[in-house]
Write a protein that binds this ligand. Structure first.
Ligand code: FES
Length: 167
């Protein structure tokens, strides 16, 4: 009886199996690297193409109903950086931003003035300067009553002339 001839197994020799293993590992690493590079390119591409827009709040302030402001009062709105003043001639709005270097001023009810904490400028309730380095008075802002009876203020442009809302 002849000796049985042994066939080589299908996986080949141990050396050939390791070569196949490292080819697969190399292919996986290569595909992973390509995928990571593609994802990075997608992120940078999106950030490059996305609009670079700065969203600012609206310059129009809804100041509520005019009866919130009693006669002979100054009402600061620090969030909107304005003062709503109800004087003898009506309601008007001043910017609270100092005309010197742009600090936010503060209403001093005990003194009846508006004062800047940065360099000491002082203003009357009509915005005129009393003293300090501020080169201009506090600007008046357009103020009006809308169809629903609410007070609106436009902070985008200072007024050239004084303007009152009479209620
Ligand atoms: S910023 Fe107001 S006095 Fe200088």
């Amino acid at each position: 009886m002849p000796d049985e001839v042994k066939k080589p197994d299908s996986a080949g020799s141990p050396g050939e199996a390791c070569a196949e293993c490292s080819r697969r590992r190399f292919a996986k690493i290569g595909l992973g690297s390509v995928a990571a590079a593609g994802a990075g390119s997608a992120v940078f591409g999106y950030s490059f193409l996305a609009p670079n827009v700065l969203y600012e709040p609206s310059p129009i302030v809804d100041a509520g109903k005019p009866d919130r402001y009693p006669p002979d009062s100054v009402t600061p709105d620090t969030q909107s950086e304005i003062y709503i003043v109800h004087g003898p001639e009506g309601i008007y709005t001043l910017s609270a931003v100092c005309t010197h270097l742009g600090c936010l001023t503060a209403w001093k009810p005990e003194l009846g003035i508006i004062a800047c904490p940065c360099h000491g400028s002082k203003f009357r309730t009509d915005g005129t300067k009393i003293e300090g380095p501020a080169p201009r008075p506090l600007p008046w802002l357009k103020t009006w009553v809308d169809d629903d009876g609410g007070l609106l203020v436009d902070r985008s442009e200072p007024l050239e002339q004084k303007q009152f809302v009479r209620i």
